[in-house]
Design a protein. Structure first.
Length: 309
């Protein structure tokens, strides 16, 4: 078995960021790029969101819906679809979007002195977040997806204008700098946030809302504290957020039997920029399925019949 890094088959991506933008990301832990995704691309993603919601792909957890159910009725049942790129070739295409991956090749591990711009993706999440649906309490993504070098990064594509009213992101600039994972606990505010735990033990007085127009992409480090609130508007707050990391880092997302933390490296990943030095390990085939995130509003929706009698 080959064990040397494979530095061939480099994925070339455009350089889209200035040195000042890279420095802003390293300092603040997030960066907004407006109009990075075109209106036609946004429409393609919106159409695919409907196809997923209606059960248009072979998938156990998203079964076909009755034909007389409207697209709006289908969408209003979903807070978030986890790993839609496992079943949708459209979502997988946007996981590999050239300009997004170009930005990622400049900032993902920009805090590391010898990083060469190589990036891989391990997760996608399609938030639908209809009116009245809850947001997420304060958290750090690296609690859920660990890396070996603090390189986890999210690329958050706004499929609608994201505003305070419909539940945009809030961030605490610079909260990623020390690489500290804050403790978590359950919360009781199910009117405002979903069932996930909340991080605590920090000053949130310097939090800022990240309101962005449709087509924007928000990049944020895995240690950055962020949250979102309930959608109090009459419009959706649809977002495709995918998570990436330095391709040179292992991904110890879980442990196989007899495996040590140091050697754990889950391989259901997609190289998107630079090289994958671990191609000799091969890749894990993802399941042809997705997972659904729920909140109080989703639980209430289960009491509503699928179609009018």
């Amino acid at each position: 078995m080959e064990t040397a890094p494979n530095l061939e088959n480099r994925i070339t991506v455009p350089r889209v960021l200035s040195d000042e933008q890279v420095a802003f990301f390293v300092e603040n832990g997030y960066l907004v790029l407006e109009s990075l995704v075109t209106p036609d691309e946004i429409e393609e993603l919106r159409r695919d969101t409907v196809q997923l919601a209606r059960g248009g792909y072979p998938c156990e957890n998203l079964q076909p819906l009755p034909a007389d159910l409207t697209d709006d009725e289908a969408l209003r049942r979903i807070l978030c679809i986890h790993q839609p790129h496992f079943v949708s070739p459209v979502i997988q295409k946007y996981v590999k979007h050239a300009n997004i991956c170009g930005a990622l090749s400049q900032i993902t591990a920009a805090h590391l002195p010898f990083w060469d711009g190589s990036v891989k993706c391990m997760q996608s999440m399609l938030f639908v977040k209809p009116p009245t649906f809850q947001g997420q309490a304060w958290h750090q993504d690296e609690i859920y997806i660990p890396t070996r070098d603090r390189s986890l990064i999210g690329a958050w594509i706004a499929l609608d204008d994201a505003t305070i009213e419909n539940g945009c992101l809030w961030v605490i600039p610079g909260s990623h700098q020390q690489g500290y994972l804050y403790p978590q606990r359950d919360h009781s505010d199910t009117e405002e946030h979903d069932f996930g735990q909340q991080s605590y033990g920090f000053d949130e007085s310097c939090a800022v809302p990240v309101e962005v127009p449709v087509g924007s992409v928000v990049f944020f480090n895995g240690y950055l504290l962020h949250k979102s609130h309930k959608n109090r508007s009459e419009i959706y707050r649809r977002v495709l957020v995918s998570h990436y990391m330095n391709a040179w880092s292992h991904l110890p997302w879980s442990l196989a039997a007899g495996e040590s933390v140091a050697k754990a490296d889950r391989r259901s990943v997609i190289p998107v920029a630079g090289v994958d030095p671990y191609t000799w390990k091969g890749y894990d085939n993802p399941p042809q399925n997705v997972w659904l995130r729920t909140c109080k509003a989703t639980e209430e929706q289960k009491e509503v019949p699928l179609a009018n009698p």
